[in-house]
Design a protein around this ligand. Sequence first.
Ligand code: BMP
Length: 252
Amino acid sequence: IQNKRISYEEKKEKISHPIGKKLIDITLKKKTNLIVSADLIDTKNILKLVNLIGDRICGLKLHVDIINDFSYSFINYLKKISEEKNFLLLEDRKLGDVSSTNSLQLHYGIHKISSWADIVTVHLLAGSMSIQNLNIPSNMGLITISEMSSYGKLSNDNYIRKVLNISLKNPEVIGTVAQRKVDDRLLLFTPGIHFYKKENNVGNRYIHPIQAFKEKGSDFIIVGKAIFLSENPKMMAEEYRNAGWKAYENEL
Ligand code: BMP
C-alpha cells in the first residue's frame, strides 16, 4: 500500500526555515497539530483560555489588533507561557501592502509584532516583492494566504498558483493557508474547522478535521470559536487535538 501523504518527520527534512522545523518538532513531541485561534478582545480571557489549552496545542493564533487592553506585560506573560508549555505564537496580521509599509507594520506601532511573534500571516496581493526586505528576525516565519476558507473568496486557480510559487521561492515563507493540497515543501494550515457546522452566518465555511487531512492534505488545523466559545474549552481542545492527530495518522 502506498503512503497517501508524507509524515511530519519527512516534511521536516523538506522545510529549511528554523521556525517551520520547530513547529513540526512541537507537533511530534506533543502529538498535536492543533492551532487555536484566540479571537478574544480582553487579555484576561486570552490568558484564561491559554491556561486551559496550552498543553494541547502547537500554536496559538492571535489577532492582536482586536485586544482592548493590549500591553507588553501581556505579551511577556504569554511568551513565558508559550515557552513553558511549548507552543508558537502566530499573529494573524494578514499584511497586504507594499514591502515598506508591511515592514513598518511589522516593526512599529503599538504592537511591534516582530519583537514577539514566531509567525505572521501575509496576503500577496501586492506581489512577490511585497514580502522582500522585511528585515524580520531569522527565527520568525511567514505564512502566505493563498486561498481563504470563506464563501465567495475572490482568489481563482491562477492567483492561488502564483501565490504558491512565490511562497516556495521566498525562504522566509514556512507555509500557506489554502483549501487544497500544496507542495510538500510548504506547511499547510487549515482554518474553517468545525466538527458539525458547515458554515456560519457571516460567510465562513467549515470542514471536519478528517476532511482537512484526507481531502485537503492539511498539516495543521486552526480552530477558533468551536473551542473558545464552548462550555468546556479544555475538553473541546482535547477533542480537536485527538481528531486532528487521528486524521493525520489515518493518512499515513
Ligand atoms: P473560527 O474557527 O472561529 O471561524 O476562526 C477562524 C480563524 O481563522 C479566524 O481568526 C479567522 O480570521 C481565521 N481565518 C479564516 O477563518 N479563514 C481563512 O481563510 C484564513 C484565516 O486566517
